[in-house]
Design a protein around this ligand. Structure first.
Ligand code: AMP
Length: 397
């Protein structure tokens, strides 16, 4: 069976076509600058070089039509007819409190996605447009919504409530939701296999650290806490996001710099994090180089980044009264052994012992702690697209 996975941004559309018999990617690509002059389609048929072509795309409907044309193209295509696509899985960012699992899209689901526009104003509208574009292009083919927030819906009230007047929760749903749920679900379940843990008696901390970053505590296969909140701004220091700060900083900067609330929030989202501290870059490759060249602010940025993650690991170990495995994933987590080592140096009190040889390796699903370590430390590459395809298949089978 073939499953198409779609991830729509406000002016972009990423896609992958999976053959679910062996989980292989048959083709993948990206539409950029949708609705803007110079729209571009980048398409890769597995085993062939990427082709890039400028194609007019006024909206996401045009983009979906082009993607389907490419998938059946004589030269770059991988199927003969779009009817070979069993279903389409869509990444949808926010489902509020409504869905704790993936769902087949119907009118009610679309209503919920719409109701959550306020929570994810950049993502949910684009996600809905992507769904409607597929309904238009492939009538009768089921669409499945896989939500970033769903995995975190098992958090107990004590973990998701903000200590603000309760009426804001009741009236507007102001609470912690969490994001990157598809990745936390995929990686934590792989950790159970890799560590040969008993799912019903397991305590796992997943550190999804890329340009965005979040940590989750997964007990007995269910999320009980996560570091992102109402929006992805809370929690860890990220590439350009501040993570946790005293909320009074917002008012303070607004007054001092004569800025609006929106201006300051934009700064906290786009100009803060390791970029803000270092003034160098949000990318860890640049930061590492700058720190090696003696740039003190780049050094502090890296130190603060690792320290915040270590503090969350401490908090979540307390939340679960122990931890069996700590897993690193996403761009930094999968590729940056120095950061992993930096974080693990705080965890000696848990009996964590890193195996430097294993930590220097790159590749699939590694245990990087020694045999004597009391907690297993792992690196597991995330694969949100495959997880979306698996969830989609499970619902339409
Ligand atoms: P992501 O958002 O998951 O794509 O992660 C982006 C972050 O991962 C950036 O800070 C990159 O510097 C980092 N990253 C990605 N690939 C590598 C690599 N090969 N070596 C070191 N850092 C990397």
């Amino acid at each position: 069976m073939k499953i198409l996975v779609i991830n729509c941004g406000s002016s972009s559309l990423k896609y992958q076509l999976f053959n679910m018999d062996d989980h292989s990617v048959m083709a993948k690509g990206l539409c950029e600058r949708i609705g803007i002059e110079g729209s571009l389609l980048k398409h890769t048929k597995t085993g062939m070089d990427t082709v890039e072509m400028e194609k007019p795309m006024e909206n996401h409907k045009d983009a979906v039509a082009l993607v389907l044309d490419m998938l059946v193209d004589d030269k770059y295509g991988v199927i003969t007819d779009v009817s070979e696509i069993t279903a389409v899985g869509h990444r949808v960012v926010h489902a509020g409190q409504k869905y704790s699992d993936s769902v087949i899209v119907d009118e009610d689901v679309k209503k919920v996605v719409k109701e959550c526009f306020d929570f994810a104003p950049l993502h949910n509208p684009a996600n809905l447009i992507g769904i409607e574009a597929c309904e238009h292009a492939m009538p009768g083919t089921p669409n499945v919504a896989v939500f970033d927030t769903a995995f975190h819906q098992t958090m107990p009230e004590k973990a998701y409530m903000y200590a603000v007047p309760y009426e804001y929760y009741e009236k507007y749903g102001v609470r912690r939701y969490g994001f990157h749920g598809t990745s936390h679900a995929f990686v934590s379940s792989k950790a159970i296999e890799l560590g040969e843990l008993d799912k019903d008696n397991s305590k796992i901390i997943v550190c999804h650290i890329g340009n965005g970053g979040s940590v989750s505590a997964v007990q007995n296969g269910k999320c009980i806490d996560t570091s992102m909140g109402l929006t992805p701004l809370e929690g860890l220091i990220m590439g350009t996001r501040s993570g946790d700060i005293d909320p009074a900083v917002v008012q303070f900067i607004a007054h001092k710099e004569d800025k609006t609330l929106d201006d300051v929030l934009n700064i906290l989202n786009k100009k803060s994090g390791v970029l803000g501290i270092s003034g160098v870059s949000s990318d860890f490759r640049d930061l590492t180089k700058a720190a090696e060249d003696g740039n003190h602010r780049a050094e502090i940025a890296i130190e603060a980044y690792a320290y915040r993650i270590a503090k969350y690991i401490g908090a979540y170990t307390t939340a679960m009264n122990g931890v069996d495995a700590i897993v690193f994933t996403a761009g930094v987590g999968e590729n940056n052994g120095a950061i992993r080592k930096n974080i693990c140096e705080y965890l000696g009190y848990l009996g964590v012992e890193l195996d430097d040889g294993e930590n220097a390796k790159r590749g699939e699903d590694l245990v990087i702690s020694t045999a004597a370590s009391k907690v297993k430390i792992m690196v597991i590459p995330t694969n949100e697209e495959l997880k979306i395809a698996q969830e989609t298949l499970a619902l339409v089978k």
